[in-house]
Write a new protein. Structure first.
Length: 223
């Protein structure tokens, strides 16, 4: 008889810091998309990091070779990371929610400043689950080129998300995220009595400096 069990272990996680803000009033935790690595995903955020805003980019805990070759992988083979797959999903979700909470506690001892959870593509589901199930108090949730996790229990998450400013950012030319999908996601949020709005930028399914700066300017004006 074969039985599966779980054992919690300690492991090393990698993250990238953007900028050098010694005492920021705002911290962004930016979760990358599928097949990306933190140090590359972090580059566009240099456009918005500054004395008052720090950006930390955690890397998914599972890495893999993204090439299709079945043979040996040399030093030039591309590597990517993922937040989870469908395999053992409940444990994967619990692990990365704990990881993101631990990362904020590590970087900001004591009460953290305003925290923005940012998620791109697959990272949008990650960020939304963290906002709903984590211990960190999230002030703003930005889902860029992605939607809240499809299995998110909005009724159960309501108390934690009720005061979170939820923004779904969609590129006008995004080939993976349609306007209809965004509307349906917002309808679900609003139906559960939760806030949420769409913000559209001129671009495709990627994070780029210019739209980031535009969003920052709009968010600053909305305060």
């Amino acid at each position: 008889m074969i039985r599966e069990h779980h054992l919690r272990v300690s492991r090393t996680a990698r993250y990238a810091l953007v900028g050098d803000a010694p005492d920021p009033s705002e911290t962004w935790v930016a979760c990358h998309g599928y097949r990306q690595l933190a140090r590359f995903f972090a580059r566009p955020f240099e456009a918005i990091a500054g004395p008052a805003r720090s950006v930390v980019v955690p890397e998914g805990l599972s890495r893999f070779y993204v090439d299709d070759d079945d043979g040996p992988h040399g030093p030039e083979a591309r590597v990517g990371a993922t937040w989870m797959t469908r395999e053992d999903r409940a444990a994967e979700i619990a692990d990365y929610v704990d990881y993101l909470d631990a990362l904020v506690s590590h970087l900001v001892p004591g009460p953290p400043p305003r925290v923005t959870a940012f998620g791109f593509s697959q990272g949008a589901a990650t960020a939304s689950r963290w906002a709903a199930y984590g211990r960190t108090e999230i002030d703003r949730l930005i889902l860029w080129g992605g939607l809240p996790a499809h299995d998110l229990d909005l009724a159960a998450a309501g108390p934690r998300l009720a005061h979170v400013d939820v923004v779904i950012a969609r590129g006008a030319s995004d080939e993976y995220l349609s306007a209809g999908a965004v509307r349906r996601a917002l309808d679900s949020l609003h139906g559960a009595g939760l806030p949420g709005r769409e913000w559209t930028y001129d671009g495709q399914h990627r994070v780029e400096p210019a739209p980031l700066r535009e969003l920052i300017a709009e968010l600053a004006g909305a305060r």
